[in-house]
Design a protein around this ligand. Sequence first.
Ligand SMILES: [Zn+2]
Length: 214
Amino acid sequence: MTIAFHPDIATLMAFSAGSLEEPYAVVVSTHIAMCEACREQVKRTDLIGGALLAAEPKAAMSDGALDRLTAALDAADVAPVPVAPSSTVPAPVARYLPDGIDGIRWRFSGPGVAVADLPSSKTAKGRLMLLKVAAGRKVPEHSHGGQELTLILRGAYRDRFGVFATGDIADHDEDVEHQPIAEPGEDCICLVAVDAKLSFRSRLVRTLQPLFGL
Ligand SMILES: [Zn+2]
């Protein structure tokens, strides 16, 4: 699997610090299960965070401390993340899908588009859901009320940023407007965390939004 798109470094650092809301943390940990580069990055971020916490607030870094930290980073082994057997999705999201990706109960959400909400804890801010876009179909053009993290689990889509395929993550904030189109040949299934309703450009789509549950 060749992964071209990763979370922003700020998102990975927030994940490492444990400050991401649950829906986002599930998406990031699922990506990390699929992406060796981000596993390494999070490992480094964890170690740097730990070293900063351990350092005396006013103490100057002793001679060789940086060398020792670098050596520790190089020596850190990255444990492989288990992938659930009998499932085509990695463990972090598999526990939300007891019947696997083919057992999802989809809800119609517009022509060619279906969604399925995944339960997160009651205190979690934001929403975790699966989005399925039929091969060759469009998601209406939209911007975001907040951060939107989208991980491709199956198939691929294309927007003005490029082609996003299995394992790729799109990390967008409220300034981004885009219109994903599923690539032909296979339905595109994504794991999505949003912290606010999507805002659609088309007035018709905005009117129908409550009906479609977007
Ligand atoms: Zn990555």
